[in-house]
Design a protein around this ligand. Structure first.
Ligand SMILES: [Zn+2]
Ligand SMILES: [Zn+2]
Ligand SMILES: [Zn+2]
Ligand SMILES: [Zn+2]
Ligand SMILES: [Zn+2]
Ligand SMILES: [Zn+2]
Ligand SMILES: [Zn+2]
Length: 289
């Protein structure tokens, strides 16, 4: 019943590589910078990265304009193929920072070259479109394959599409805080609260620690004297005969306890003697005569 944090795991998610991403790591970075004006500050720190940035810009332009990248630039960008050690001249597939000829990078399942088609990286392996489904996880809700952004509840292996991870009761998509029921379902906070007992004093849901007294449920901190701020959790306490609310010993003595007709002291003991003429006695103070 404990609250769990929702997190999304990328480790098992497929990464779709578009042609623009068939660039080296360095160029991916620059590519992001080009699109991010806030980071394009005119800092005086012009370093050796200028050359790379310029080349990258050319590469990006080349991809956008579908031009052929001049060989010397490709050479600078891609270097040698990890598989065959040959120079990569035009286009490279990039996997984990390693560069490959499109014909040298093969599907880890069917061993066919991935070439220029879309490919998918799952758990550090590369797969073609046709093979990837074998390695994708199945969504526990809709039964379809999860290609991107796997949602997994902490401590569980079940995978979900982000839109399929929903509250069992109201069907809302669960972001952030959610609750797991004993039978393995997930609830939003509001619906989980609705399943909980309400504190007799404050009316709010009692989540973990609860205190039962006279058939009612309390937050331990809410179990306090109804006439003063004294907390009664673990203390001797009484119930008011009138309000049925808890009272501390002092307030019970002051407002509700009977006075002993023998010793004139207050009777706080559970067992006492009451006589037919409305007199009350401590058990030890009573002497029938
Ligand atoms: Zn090669
Ligand atoms: Zn394949
Ligand atoms: Zn799904
Ligand atoms: Zn809900
Ligand atoms: Zn309460
Ligand atoms: Zn009190
Ligand atoms: Zn007495």
């Amino acid at each position: 019943m404990a609250a769990s944090a929702l997190y999304s795991s990328n480790s098992a998610s497929a990464k779709f590589l578009s042609s623009a991403h068939r660039l080296s790591k360095a160029s991916e970075k620059s590519f992001q910078n080009i699109n991010d004006d806030s980071k394009n500050s005119d800092s005086a720190d012009k370093s050796g990265f200028d050359l790379v940035d310029e080349l990258t810009q050319n590469l990006v332009n080349a991809f956008e304009n579908k031009e052929v990248i001049p060989p010397y630039e490709a050479e600078v960008m891609f270097g040698k193929c990890t598989a065959c050690d040959g120079l990569i001249e035009k286009e490279a597939n990039v996997v984990n920072g390693q560069h490959y000829h499109p014909s040298c990078l093969t599907c880890d399942d069917c061993k066919q070259p991935l070439g220029n088609e879309k490919y998918f990286i799952l758990k550090d392996k590369s797969y073609c479109k046709r093979c990837k489904d074998k390695y994708l996880e199945t969504c526990s809700k809709c039964g379809k394959k999860v290609e991107e952004n796997t949602i997994r509840a902490k401590g569980s292996n079940d995978a979900y599409h982000p839109d399929c991870f929903v509250c069992q009761t109201c069907g809302c998509v669960l972001h952030g805080k959610f609750f797991k029921t004993d039978d393995g379902n997930h609830l939003c906070e509001a619906d989980f609260m609705a399943t909980r007992k309400k504190c007799f004093r404050c009316g709010r849901a009692v989540m973990e620690l609860s205190l039962q007294a006279l058939g009612n449920t309390y937050h331990p901190n809410c179990f306090m004297c109804s006439l003063c701020p004294k907390k009664l959790d673990g203390e001797v306490f009484f119930f008011s005969n009138e309000t049925k609310q808890p009272l501390c010993k002092e307030d019970y003595e002051r407002y509700e306890a009977k006075t002993c007709s023998g010793c004139s002291g207050k009777i706080v003991e559970e067992k006492f003697i009451s006589t037919s003429n409305d007199k009350y006695f401590h058990q030890d103070c009573y002497s029938p005569n």
